[in-house]
Design a protein around this ligand. Structure first.
Ligand SMILES: N[C@@H](CCC(=O)N[C@@H](CS)C(=O)NCC(=O)O)C(=O)O
Length: 209
């Protein structure tokens, strides 16, 4: 199998990058940028690969697949790692992967959207509310890790740990992470697979500090 990954530095696609490294898949990495220039997400060349013009996009033997959580689930199932095969353990791993993908990521998306689209006069108040909601999600994660840590599903890392570690690094100065969250970010970001993704995307990891 030959794999390629289209990713943008430090974005949600970096979690797919780290998971692919963890699985030993050796993808060819294409670092994309905003806009329609060379390596642009909206360049005509990239739109032929992924008409959505976003990341992540993974190709397997030239066939493209989008949606990070779906890509991660497909690859982990195929390799038999990071998402248990069946039963309650699988349900828990999927719960946390979806929490990151469908709850935490969109909550951050609202702050990014506000920065660009809300007129300056109303922006700070809107951002304050959106950030308070994100802080509530981090407080929830901290409490859950207190019941069953040190990873989201207990003793061993699963796929969601890679996505949550990546999202935590988006403007980490705006949020207060508890010690259990920080320890999780530290453990995951120190793994060789994650370090390799950070180096390739030229990203500094700050959320564990
Ligand atoms: N639901 C999608 C969301 C993908 C997404 O929001 N990607 C962002 C980076 S985190 C992106 O490509 N933004 C640039 C754009 O849409 O132009 C997924 O999880 O794959």
């Amino acid at each position: 199998m030959s794999y390629e990954l289209y990713t943008k530095a430090g974005s949600c696609s970096m979690a797919v990058h780290a998971v692919m490294n963890e699985l030993g898949l050796n993808p060819k990495i294409n670092i994309m940028e905003a806009g329609d220039g060379p390596n642009g997400l909206k360049s005509s060349e990239y739109l032929k690969v992924n008409a959505r013009g976003n990341v992540p996009c993974m190709t397997e033997n030239g066939k493209p697949m989008i949606e990070g959580a779906a890509i991660i689930t497909y690859l982990c199932d195929k390799e038999g790692k990071l998402i248990p095969k069946s039963g309650w353990e699988r349900a828990q791993a999927l719960q946390w992967l979806m929490f990151c993908n469908a709850t935490l990521h969109p909550a951050y998306g609202r702050t990014f959207w506000t920065n660009v689209n809300v007129p300056e006069a109303a922006r700070e108040e809107t951002l304050k509310n959106a950030r308070a909601q994100i802080q509530g999600l981090w407080d929830f994660v901290e409490a859950e890790l207190g019941k069953n840590g040190p990873y989201l599903c207990g003793k061993e890392p699963t796929a969601g740990d890679f996505l949550i570690t990546t999202i935590a690094n988006w403007n980490p100065q705006n949020y207060k992470f508890g010690p259990k969250c920080k320890a999780l970010f530290q453990n995951i970001s120190a793994r060789p697979s994650y370090q390799k993704a950070l180096a390739a995307e030229k990203v500094e990891y700050k959320a564990a500090a």
